[in-house]
Ligand binder design. Structure first.
Ligand code: HEC
Length: 107
């Protein structure tokens, strides 16, 4: 949040009020603050490593290792970062099996 003018190569600068709202949201919902099991596991798997994406954590990699790599290139997915393509309710924090689209639907 401290260098939004250079956010992975994009200028993601925000107006002061938006900046404050986003920052407050991130702090309130960070893995350090929430009680969801997966958040704790992801945080634990980061440890001291310099990781900037959930998909680079050992926990994420382990949970997704059985998914064929080519699936992430599917036109409806495009990237590992597109969590919502498979986890339909991830915005509400729901990652249970019944909220995951069948991998077969992308084959
Ligand atoms: C191609 C579809 C796909 C994408 C994209 C994807 N996932 Fe998953 N994810 C799965 C599947 C399938 C499982 C269940 C694996 C299993 O149970 O063997 C899973 C499991 C998980 C779990 C473990 C759930 C548990 O109960 O332990 C978490 C957490 C998770 N995903 C988070 C994410 C996040 C965060 C992203 C985006 C950065 C993401 N996933 C992107 C398909 C996907």
């Amino acid at each position: 949040m401290s260098e939004l003018e250079n956010h992975f190569g994009d200028d993601a600068s925000l107006e002061k009020e938006d900046y404050n709202n986003v920052l407050a949201f991130l702090l309130k919902n960070s893995a350090e603050e929430v009680t969801m099991e997966a958040s704790k596991k992801i945080l634990d798997s980061i440890g001291n490593k310099d990781i900037i994406a959930i998909s680079q954590t050992s926990f994420w990699k382990k949970r997704h290792e059985d998914i064929p790599k080519s699936i992430f290139k599917h036109e409806k997915i495009k990237s590992k970062a597109n969590c919502k393509a498979c986890h339909t309710d991830i915005e509400r924090g729901l990652i249970e099996d019944e909220n995951i689209k069948s991998i077969n639907s992308f084959m």
